[in-house]
Design a protein around this ligand. Structure first.
Ligand code: GDP
Length: 171
């Protein structure tokens, strides 16, 4: 069939999950920031790396910005969902946001590949990717293909495996 020139990937998750740190590894060198500060409010970050066009934002702020971020769902071809594996308290919030995403009319009927980064795997309190899979209920997702990678966004460990899967899945 016709292969799209560009694959639109949205990178989402709660604040502090490690999105900015992950993006910094994926960014072309010139755009790489020296310092990453935690994102506040509704910041959207966009850049291209090879055939992938990334759009990233936080799902936080009591849903105040929900209509702004949902606007990006329609054109996305793939989703990267980042979770802080060490944040047991907010895993339920991460699941609620994931469920809201999966139920959205621009996402629900489409067979979009979902890549999960179970990030901060280096922390001693981090849950395994198997545990994160259970807590997010990933096995029960319908009409979606998914892959989960434990990652350490500081060293970059686990990121290229995930991106390789996503690239082939989105083609
Ligand atoms: P964002 O709000 O989702 O963009 O999260 P950031 O990328 O700003 O990361 C939030 C904090 O977690 C920062 O202090 C990062 O240095 C730290 N962090 C991100 N990824 C990892 C990781 O894999 N391991 C550890 N130990 N810390 C991480």
């Amino acid at each position: 069939g016709l292969r799209k020139r560009e694959v639109n990937v949205i990178v989402v998750g709660l604040d502090n999950s490690g999105k900015s740190t992950i993006l910094n590894h994926l960014k072309p060198d010139l755009e790489r920031a020296a310092d990453i500060v935690p994102t506040v409010g509704f910041n959207v970050e966009r850049f291209k790396a090879q055939s992938l066009a990334f759009t990233a934002f936080d799902m936080s702020g009591q849903g105040r910005y929900r209509n702004l971020w949902e606007h990006y769902y329609r054109d996305c071809d793939a989703i990267i969902y980042v979770v802080d594996s060490s944040d047991k308290l907010r895993m339920v919030v991460a699941k609620d946001e994931l469920d809201a995403l999966l139920q959205h009319p621009d996402i629900r009927p489409r067979r979009i590949p979902l890549l999960f980064f179970a990030n901060k795997m280096d922390l001693k309190e981090a849950m395994s990717s198997v545990k994160v899979t259970m807590m997010l209920g990933l096995e029960k997702m319908e009409n979606k293909q998914f892959h989960i990678c434990a990652s350490n966004a500081i060293t970059g460990e686990g990121l290229s495996d995930g991106i390789a899967w996503l690239t082939q899945a989105a083609e």
